[in-house]
Design a protein around this ligand. Structure first.
Ligand SMILES: [Fe+2]
Length: 295
């Protein structure tokens, strides 16, 4: 056996012990794929992959996708490797990266199947923060009281780019608001996502802007409470990076955020694996307008 997986916490996290030269082996790929479903997030300590190997590994696990082509600051000439950094020489619009300080699921505000998994490798570390936290939204749903699960069933949530970057700006100018609104349409997703394999998870994050049919305050309060519930230590793994670590997580069932950092030296290389499940659709304009009303 050329690969071993150790659980990190009871409800989340796995450590993958494998030699770099075996990373693309069938046995390793199959083991990793299964462990990703079971453990949610997998760490390959100091495996030191090149971009080429990271892309090849991404391709072995699924269908490579670049959903950041439409994101400000992404380098369209790069071969599907997005550089996560506050360094303006590398990423022209790092404000998008500041949005990752807040809990989110990648790709939720795009009208496309959610990325199945995200792969991140550490090239340069921050000395002011930069750990990444992952919260298991399958486990968070599973642990809810049955009565609350019944109350949440059937609820629909509006997710907007505006909500995901609002914490970055606080009081954005009208010009910025107009720009965000012109970039992508608001999406409507189920609050409880029943996946193709029958498992259920919460689909929440900072991009969740309100609940269809509820006043803005009521919807946002419920979303806020659920986010706090899901972020409790039992469901969360925090990864403190070493240079060369590679981490892959099941983006369909985990939310993640980075511990804030201020320096421009941190550089992470990200690739994404496309998914096949599209839980939501573009939201009705009327449902979005209703979120502006408090009750
Ligand atoms: Fe992310």
């Amino acid at each position: 056996m050329s690969v071993t997986i150790e659980a990190i916490k009871p409800r989340i996290g796995g450590r993958v012990l494998v030699d770099q030269k075996h990373l693309l082996d069938d046995e390793v790929v199959e083991t990793v794929r299964a462990a990703l479903e079971e453990r949610g997030v997998l760490v390959f300590p100091q495996i030191n992959v090149s971009d080429e190997l990271q892309l090849a590994f991404t391709d072995r696990l699924g269908e490579r996708v670049n959903f950041t082509r439409r994101v400000p600051g992404s380098d369209v000439s790069a071969p599907d490797v997005y550089k996560v950094t506050l360094d303006k020489k590398i990423n022209k619009e790092p404000d998008y990266v500041l949005g990752t300080f807040f809990w989110h699921v990648d790709g939720v505000t795009m009208d496309m199947p959610l990325p199945k998994a995200t792969v991140l490798s550490a090239r340069h570390l921050s000395d002011t923060g930069g750990s990444t936290e992952f919260a298991n939204l399958f486990a968070a749903y599973e642990a809810l009281p049955e009565a609350e699960k019944r109350e949440l069933e059937g609820l629909r949530v509006i997710h907007t780019l505006e909500a995901s970057v609002r914490p970055v700006y606080g009081h954005p100018s009208q010009e910025r608001l107009d720009r965000w609104r012109s970039m992508v349409d608001p999406m409507e997703h189920p609050l409880v996502w029943t996946h193709a394999d029958g498992r259920k998870s919460l689909l929440i994050g900072t991009h969740a802007d309100g609940i269809v049919g509820m006043g803005g305050a009521h919807g946002r309060a419920l979303l806020c409470r659920l986010q706090q519930w899901a972020a409790q230590p039992d469901f969360v793994y925090r990864h403190d990076w070493q240079v060369g670590d590679l981490v892959i997580w099941n983006n369909e069932g985990l939310m993640h955020r980075v511990v804030p950092y201020t320096d421009t030296q941190r550089v992470m290389h990200r690739t994404s694996i496309g998914g096949h499940e599209k839980p939501g659709r573009i939201a009705d304009a009327g449902a979005v307008a209703k979120l502006l009303e408090p009750t």
